[in-house]
Design a protein around this ligand. Structure first.
Ligand code: FES
Ligand code: FES
Length: 155
């Protein structure tokens, strides 16, 4: 066990954990940020996607010891009141079915819009490789375009 000061959603949080503990479990079990989900545990599905300094990463493969001072943002920290343009577009298009993959999808989309404020279908298809077992990919694409039209990146 070791002690880590982590910058999560703009706050410093201290956790005691084994160095090789995946951030996914630190977020969920130590910090009670359960919006980030476990799917495959092997960096394939994207359910565990969070941001590391604004870049989408798969937290099931990020060891707590390697985070250092880098900034982690989870779905809980993406916007203050769930009002990020992507969250509003998701609601307007009614994207989610079971919802399990959707926090990871939104975090991946937020990182995409930071790099490409007006992505094409091809940009979206190339970047959004998170798995949705309910098959909402078509509506995800539509919602990303809607968010982009309405201003895309809120912060
Ligand atoms: S749980 Fe991390 S990619 Fe599937
Ligand atoms: S909405 Fe069910 S897995 Fe994506």
């Amino acid at each position: 066990m070791a002690s880590y000061n982590l910058n999560v959603n703009g706050k410093t949080m201290t956790v005691e954990a084994d160095p090789d503990t995946p951030m996914l479990w630190v977020l969920r079990d130590h910090l009670n940020l359960v919006g980030t989900k476990f799917g495959c545990g092997i960096a394939q599905c994207g359910a565990c996607t969070v941001h590391l300094n604004g870049e989408a990463i798969r937290s099931c493969q990020l060891q707590v010891a390697s985070v250092g001072n880098n900034k982690i943002t989870t779905i809980e920290g993406l916007s203050k009141d769930g009002d990020h343009p992507l969250q509003k577009a998701w609601e307007e298009i009614d994207v989610a079915q079971c919802g399990y993959c959707q926090a990871g999808q939104i975090m991946a989309a937020a990182s995409l819009l930071k790099k490409k404020p007006k992505p094409t279908d091809a940009d979206i298809d190339a970047t959004m490789n998170n798995i949705c077992r309910c098959g909402t990919h078509y509506r995800i694409r539509k919602a990303i375009h809607l968010a982009a039209e309405k201003g895309g990146v809120s912060k």
